[in-house]
Design a protein around this ligand. Structure first.
Ligand code: UTP
Length: 288
């Protein structure tokens, strides 16, 4: 049995940067070409060994269609990997409602009543891929698995890290670290202030003491920085480790331009699409 049995897929935000679409379709349900973000995340978490998925949703979001079992469509599309039509059928699914979008710490808190041990957290609009498969031969991402392997080795909470271009650091939580040990997280620093170009990329593995710590670092005092306060606590005590996810592509469906770039980048890397898409794109760009 894997060391981590629970994963939180965090999807309780309003998605205002993806309006008007997000008013009717949760941004976490938007596809990367033809596979919804949340399906990518669910299969990534299951590949990491978890048995229970906790979906954090908001009072007005309708996740029913996304979470449903669509196995009946298999006869229409026998070519598809069956797991993509029933992506939640081999795990327990718990839905938790975050009543107000008060940030990541508060979203996590809304599920912790149902969780005993260490748990993964995956931001619902962040896909991390190390392989670019078609839905016919689907291969889940190894991102969460890498965090679980790190936890099995070290027994400490850890976070996924990705290197970004220096001019992009001001959008992220940027870390200073020594070896694997994180010494500092700077929230959205300027390029000059940033201690590195390694940033938090929406994958976390937290230990069970998070429940008590989040009560201490409460949302009333820390607001949206509650989850950073939690991570700073670990940094100052037993330690928080960084897992560098090298050779992963990071796709964000939370804003129109990154969402569009994700579609193009993934399509260019996918065996079933790249030749035709590349040829079309070249021709299209030549017209400008
Ligand atoms: P974002 O900050 O990108 O999402 O959070 P948002 O708040 O929905 O976006 P905007 O600013 O309104 O456009 C990253 C992930 O964390 C979830 C979001 O649903 C998203 O998948 N989230 C964010 C929560 O679950 N609860 C929150 O309070 C905030």
């Amino acid at each position: 049995m894997a060391a981590v049995q629970d994963a939180l897929l965090v999807a309780g935000g309003l998605g205002t940067r993806m309006l008007p679409t997000s008013a009717s379709v949760p941004k976490e349900a938007l596809p990367l070409v033809d596979v919804p973000a949340l399906v990518h995340l669910a299969r990534e978490a299951v590949a990491a060994g978890v048995q229970r998925l906790h979906i954090i949703s908001s009072p007005r979001k309708d996740m029913n269609a996304l979470l449903g079992d669509h196995a009946w469509l298999q006869e229409k599309r026998p070519d598809l990997d069956p797991q993509l039509l029933s992506p939640f059928s081999d795990v327990e699914v718990h839905i938790h409602i975050q009543h107000e979008p008060l940030g990541l710490g508060n979203a996590i808190e809304s599920a912790l009543g149902d969780i005993e041990g260490p748990f993964l957290v995956l931001l619902g609009d962040n896909i991390l891929l190390d392989q670019h498969s078609s839905p016919q031969e689907f291969t889940p991402s190894n991102a969460s698995k890498k965090l679980v392997e790190n936890f099995e080795k070290n027994g400490l909470p850890c976070v996924g890290l990705l290197a970004v271009q220096p001019e992009e650091v001001s959008n992220y939580g940027v870390v200073r670290k020594e070896g694997e040990k994180i010494l500092e997280i700077c929230e959205k620093p300027t390029q000059e202030q940033a201690p590195s170009n390694l940033v938090l990329c929406g994958r976390y593995l937290f230990t069970s003491d998070a429940k008590n710590l989040l009560r201490h670092y409460d949302v009333e005092t820390y607001g949206e920085l509650q989850s950073i306060a939690l991570q700073q606590h670990w940094m100052k005590n037993d330690g928080l480790l960084g897992v560098e996810l090298t050779n992963f592509q990071w796709y964000d469906s939370g804003k129109p331009l990154p969402w569009l770039q994700a579609q193009v980048d993934h399509a260019l890397r996918r065996n079933d699409l790249s030749t035709a898409f590349r040829a079309w794109l070249r021709e299209r760009l030549d017209q400008d």
